[in-house]
Design a protein around this ligand. Structure first.
Ligand SMILES: NC(=O)c1ccc[n+]([C@@H]2O[C@H](COP(=O)([O-])OP(=O)(O)OC[C@H]3O[C@@H](n4cnc5c(N)ncnc54)[C@H](OP(=O)(O)O)[C@@H]3O)[C@@H](O)[C@H]2O)c1
Length: 171
């Protein structure tokens, strides 16, 4: 059974970015290390175009699946590195399973986190909470949800970053 998980970093006041173009440069080095370890183990990262465009270049050793509203985006595919899609979460997960992936990292932003959590196909959330405030910005999700979680683990670094892992209880 494929493990599909959300991986996300938030501020202590619950924001993942100040706006759609804000790169995640504010997270701790421990969070960056954890992100690399977890996403490399999965081998595939699913994200929206806005998030992909905050990266200076594709990340090493991982397939990037990028949701794009441009119907012709696939012509820019770099097979195995950056591949554009507009498949539903169920169709995408099925196609990645068929390619042999057993873990799928859902890497944001709000639009993509919301689409996947609503699909009921995400089983885990890796959440980092950084000791920083933005005051205003984008939340992890942007629609009304009512989803229960089970806390699986909780760790903190000396600098005050909190790492939690939650199981998502899908009804
Ligand atoms: N702190 C963190 O852990 C973290 C992680 C990831 C991202 N972020 C931040 O989140 C922000 C971006 O979030 P966002 O919500 O603005 O954008 P996003 O989720 O990265 O991407 C949205 C894009 O995906 C497209 N899209 C969505 N569903 C689609 C579908 N079914 N088919 C085709 N295309 C689809 C949208 O098209 P439409 O325009 O047609 O809707 C839009 O172009 C950035 O600031 C980024 O740095 C933070």
């Amino acid at each position: 059974m494929t493990k599909t998980f959300i991986i996300v970093a938030e501020t202590a006041d619950g924001f993942i970015a100040k706006n759609s173009a804000h790169p995640a440069v504010w997270t701790s080095k421990e969070d960056k290390r954890r992100f690399i370890d977890i996403t490399k183990q999965a081998g595939v990262m699913v994200m929206g175009l806005n998030t992909f465009q905050t990266f200076p270049s594709p990340l090493k050793d991982r397939l990037h699946i990028v949701y794009s509203p441009d119907e012709d985006a696939e012509k820019n595919n770099i097979e195995g590195v950056v591949e554009y899609t507009n498949l539903s979460p169920a169709e995408l997960i099925k196609s990645l399973e068929a390619r042999g992936f057993s873990e799928i990292a859902i890497c944001g932003g709000s639009t993509i986190y919301t689409m996947f959590i609503k699909s009921g196909l995400v089983d885990t959330m890796y959440l980092t909470t950084e000791p920083i405030l933005f005051g205003v910005g984008m939340g992890i999700f942007k629609e009304d949800l009512d989803i229960k979680l089970e806390l699986i683990s909780l760790d903190k670094t000396e600098a005050g970053t909190i790492f939690t892992e939650y199981k998502i209880i899908n009804n």
